[in-house]
Write a protein of this length. Structure first.
Length: 236
């Protein structure tokens, strides 16, 4: 696969076991449609890569920015490691072109779906860990996310509204906010979700977006604006 070779070049790594990289690109939809296939999906590698990325980003924040408090590091890590960011890195690497999808997922625009790209990015990092070891894999994560880490610390990246809201609500109301998908409109490849955010029985925010996650994030942003406008949290 020429695309896989190009992916290796962009990663600046030559896999010893090419099968590991190929497995990181196998979406579960392919196996659902091809039960006779001997390959495994990338889900286990995705789990491993997720753990690796979380560890490396936490380490970079801890060692690189000693003035950050625990709560600040938690929020920054969440803003760095999210589906939108990881999918963007996957696109830059050309991961979408390498995905091994079922026909149905292919027709449904699976190569451009945020969750597929983010999951495959994590899986590729997991495959790199298994093939090259912790040091090489960690260096790759830092190289690929270094700009995002710096931007997050310097405040030039998107705020993690969901984490900020949850922290505020738990502090003020001693409750955890909940989300409900109120609507999902449009064709499969252009879905538009509407999410509602509740604290107890009270509706605090509504948001829309092309994914449930983005709709929930917009609902959290709206709720934060409402609460801050009412002075909630500023009376401590």
């Amino acid at each position: 696969m020429n695309e896989v070779l190009l992916l290796e070049e962009k990663l600046n790594v030559s896999f010893r076991d090419k099968a590991l990289l190929e497995q990181a690109l196998v979406h579960s939809s392919f196996l659902n449609e091809n039960p006779q296939a001997t390959a495994a999906s990338n889900e286990r590698m995705e789990f491993l890569g997720d753990a690796l990325i979380g560890l490396v980003v936490a380490r970079e924040l801890y060692l690189g920015y000693p003035d950050l408090a625990e709560g600040q590091m938690t929020r920054l890590r969440a803003s760095i490691i999210n589906g939108e960011v990881l999918a963007g890195r996957a696109k830059a690497l050309g991961v979408g072109d390498c995905l091994i999808l079922g026909k149905g997922e292919e027709l449904d625009g699976g190569r451009d779906k945020e969750r597929n790209l983010a999951g495959a990015f994590e899986a590729v990092m997991g495959a790199l860990l298994v093939d090259q070891g912790l040091e090489v894999a960690s260096e790759a994560v830092v190289r690929l996310l270094d700009e995002e880490i710096k931007n997050a610390v310097e405040g030039r990246t998107g705020v993690d509204h969901k984490s900020e809201l949850q922290e505020l609500v738990q502090k003020v109301y001693r409750m955890t906010p909940s989300y409900r998908v109120a609507a999902a409109d449009g064709p499969e490849h252009q879905r538009r979700f509407t999410a509602e955010l509740f604290v107890g029985e009270d509706l605090l925010g509504t948001g829309t977006g092309p994914s449930k996650h983005k709709a929930e994030r917009e609902a959290a942003r709206a709720a934060l604006e409402k609460l801050k406008g009412e002075g909630v949290g500023s009376r401590e």
